[in-house]
Design a protein around this ligand. Structure first.
Ligand SMILES: NC(=O)c1ccc[n+]([C@@H]2O[C@H](COP(=O)([O-])OP(=O)(O)OC[C@H]3O[C@@H](n4cnc5c(N)ncnc54)[C@H](OP(=O)(O)O)[C@@H]3O)[C@@H](O)[C@H]2O)c1
Length: 317
């Protein structure tokens, strides 16, 4: 089968197309014929080996040769202990543990997969699992009239998060680069900030901050929070995440604010409610561009270099 592989951390040009053996599912695994795989910032981070948490499982060399975790496609074969799926089923899910979506076939544990809603295309379904879950858990607790700020709001998770916070009645501020300000407004942001010309930690205060790209000091985040407010980060530089985990929890507690790192819970029970909102039309899926398998390096760079408005998808079969 054709697959986009890499053997060392580096820029997009370390990726190449290769013919590799089609994998076989073991006991509770499913072989998926991939129709579409969406790109997440986590793919770019695993390609670069940076931030350092992207090297978990492979400090010097990548633990997986094939990237791509948000897959959608058809069940091609199942392992002997699989009970939930059979060949021909249309499925989707976040295959973060095994990856492998930038290939014609991918192996996934059955527990990470769900049946694809018929109302969604494979491309749309592939856009939901990782970004949708981050957005849903990241905006959990937002409420009517609350001031919510989303840092990095113009990308995949951010475009869902803006919409979810708006649905909950919040007043939403989106922060990203200047090229994404109109896009953030178009998905519902009430206010937008270009992070290159304005420091959001000197705006506000906010009741909830969801940070997709943390890199500032704990004291800057604390300054931007209203009394009783919450700051949650899901990604960013390792020093920033460590500072939030350590100094952040103490500084927050002392000043009646909460600062923490959100460890996102994965799996169908978490992403299917987001897909339901997409099917009912309450949540829009914004796919900026669709690439082919040969164009995976460009697709990853589009996300990693901050040019994607919403999601980027690779159409495989
Ligand atoms: N905690 C968990 O359990 C968990 C699970 C899965 C994934 N994650 C992490 O979640 C993160 C979010 O991923 P995603 O797919 O939503 O990312 P994305 O689609 O790439 O969106 C991130 C956005 O942030 C912008 N950005 C970069 N630097 C910024 C800055 N200094 N200030 C404001 N905006 C900035 C980017 O544009 P520019 O680059 O142009 O600025 C981009 O628009 C990733 O780091 C991923 O590893 C966490």
């Amino acid at each position: 089968m054709r697959a986009v592989v890499y053997d060392r951390y580096g820029p997009a040009d370390v990726l190449r197309i290769e013919n590799v053996p089609k994998p076989s599912p073991t006991a509770r695994q499913v072989l998926v014929k991939v129709a579409a795989t969406s790109v997440n910032l986590s793919d770019w981070e695993s390609l670069r080996g940076s931030p350092l948490y992207a090297r978990i499982g492979g400090l010097r060399f990548p633990p997986h040769r094939i990237l791509g975790s948000d897959i959608a496609g058809w069940v091609d074969a199942v392992g002997p202990a699989v009970t939930r799926f059979q060949p021909g089923d249309e499925v989707y899910g976040d295959n973060l543990m095994l990856m492998g979506g930038f290939a014609e076939y991918a192996i996934a544990h059955e527990s990470v997969l769900a049946r694809k809603p018929t109302a969604l295309t494979f491309a749309q379904a592939s856009a939901i699992p990782q970004a949708g879950v981050i957005a849903r858990q990241g905006t959990d607790g937002a409420g009517a009239g609350q001031r919510v700020l989303i840092n990095g709001a113009g990308g995949g998770s951010g475009s869902f998060a803006i919409q979810l916070a708006k649905r909950l009645g919040a007043q939403v501020t989106g922060v990203d680069n200047a090229g994404k300000l109109d896009f953030m407004r178009s998905v519902g942001a009430d206010n937008v900030i270009d992070y290159r010309s304005e420091d959001f930690t000197r705006s506000g205060p906010y009741d909830l901050i969801l940070d997709l790209v943390a890199h500032r000091s704990v004291f800057a985040y604390r300054r931007a929070l209203a009394p009783g407010g919450r700051y949650r980060c899901v990604g960013g530089s390792v020093p920033a995440l460590l500072r939030v985990l350590t100094i952040g929890s103490v500084a927050g507690w002392l000043t009646h604010r909460r600062l923490g790192v959100l460890a996102v819970k994965q799996g169908p029970t978490h992403f299917e409610p987001v897909a339901d909102l997409c099917v009912s039309g309450d949540l829009g899926i914004h796919i900026d561009r669709t690439f082919t398998l040969d164009e995976v390096p460009e697709a990853l760079a589009q996300v990693g270099e901050g040019r994607a408005l919403g999601k980027v998808v690779v159409s495989v079969n």
